[in-house]
Write a protein of this length. Structure first.
Lengths: 248, 248
DNA sequence: CGCAGAATTGATACATCTCAAGCTGGGTGG
DNA sequence: CCACCCAGCTTGAGATGTATCAATTCTGCG
């Protein structure tokens, strides 16, 4: 296990790629110093489990790079993904030492972990971590509620289109591409992971992706690289109000 | 409109039935005084809309008594309930003046409203409201994620059983009934509201309730009053791990 | 080159939706 | 006090979307 967890100690928060978006976003230099003392980095390979639901978890953490998933599993094996964790997202719950969900690295992953006790103590003293964490939690709650609409009411085609639109949007945000041009990005998830996220089977995911391809809404290079020639046409398939802030 | 909104000003926070569970739970007397100055009560009749999604909302609020729902509606009319608001639950998002969801009173409802601006100002100064709101938001996020599993992976029968179990549990908590005995409670929701909550049609809700009745898992008095002779048998139908803290 | 996991495709089953009647119970007006 | 009415609910029959089961076919990689 230690093999895959090289120590990245001493890395300076000032150079951190998620400094301005993570739970520490509002901290001043004093507070950052405090955090530095309780932090340590951990790395995971794609496919590794970060924690199992029900396990004790002595830290909370921010995703620094890579992607992780939060999933729930029923006794008979049915699985539902309940969160997709991207860089700067927060993992764990202050005040609760036991994980509520399985956390899995779907790509190579680096996390910035804070020892639970000092982190909780800090939250009592300084408001900045609290305020930022509240803001992030409210955002996650909104995202979860949007996903509830998707899971409860959307058709399989709408579900796939919605997921692709979200991934495309994320890429737009990252790479600041010109508006209106074709978008290209890599799917970070396997078909099975997409199925778990969307409440579908792997076969239905595959069929709907093929259908979107047939209809010219997307193109595929291999099985992972997606090109969206016209994002507006894809958005029309999501079932959402047109123009969710994505185009002009 | 004023007809249905009698002014309940001046009511003392000290006597408030949700004093110890709402967003103000951790406030000291000074902070309560501050809140008293920005608060006002509003009442709604069953069926009334509190706010429409997209509307400006100049307050945030706590449910004092009654039940409200949070719903999203798609352009073609498909609806998904994304939250059920019970006494002490919080409505609105600090820092956002526009409602994200439709809020509807499903029973007669009293809300304790705080004017937005002073409330937001207070959150910057004192940590207690912030801390409590974070805790409540994390609880809501957990509930939303549990609901994602239900919406994405559970069968219609499991969905109905899960909802009934939750309502039964809530009643246990309120009335502190003896363990093991039969439970009786009133459904706060119509079949249509249940359908919107569970991602089903009204007909499927009705059929599954009839099926649970046929199988002796529940009894019905009229259309709203439910008796659960053996809660464990009902819990077995939810698909969840047995014994979610409900029975000793 | 060939293998194993991932993905696609096909045929069929089945759960839930849709459309269409009825039913029920509580309220109202004659 | 009864007849009626209406919203909410139930039940039925048939349609449909997605799951299930079963082969193939890709794809990346040793």
């Amino acid at each position: 296990m230690a093999l895959h967890e090289p120590l990245l100690h001493g890395k300076d928060c000032g150079d951190c790629p998620i400094r301005h978006r993570a739970v520490c976003a509002r901290c001043d230099t004093d507070e950052l110093d405090q955090l530095e003392k309780m932090k340590f980095y951990r790395s995971f390979q794609a496919g590794q489990t970060v924690v199992w639901s029900g396990d004790r978890m002595d830290f909370v953490a921010s995703v620094v790079s890579g992607i992780a998933t939060l999933t729930q599993t029923m006794e008979d094996g049915r699985r539902q993904m309940v969160g997709l964790l991207l860089p700067s997202d927060f993992v764990g719950r202050p005040g609760r030492a036991v994980a509520s969900y399985d956390v899995t690295a779907v790509s190579d992953l680096v996390m910035c972990c804070f020892r639970r006790k000092p982190f909780e103590d800090m939250m009592l003293g300084t408001p900045h971590v609290n305020q930022r964490l509240l803001e992030m939690t409210l955002d996650e709650l909104d995202a979860a509620r949007e996903w509830m609409l998707l899971l409860g009411r959307k058709t399989a085609r709408e579900k796939i289109a919605s997921l692709l639109a979200i991934l495309a949007r994320r890429d737009v945000a990252l790479r600041q591409r010109a508006r209106g041009g074709p978008l290209r990005f890599d799917l970070p998830l396997t078909r099975e992971e997409m199925a778990d996220y969307l409440g579908l089977t792997i076969e239905t995911v595959s069929r709907q992706i093929s259908a979107l391809k047939r209809d010219g809404l997307i193109q595929l290079e291999g099985t992972r690289q997606v090109t969206v020639p016209d994002i507006r046409r894809l958005l029309e398939e999501t079932g959402d109000d047109s123009d969710g802030g994505m185009v002009g």
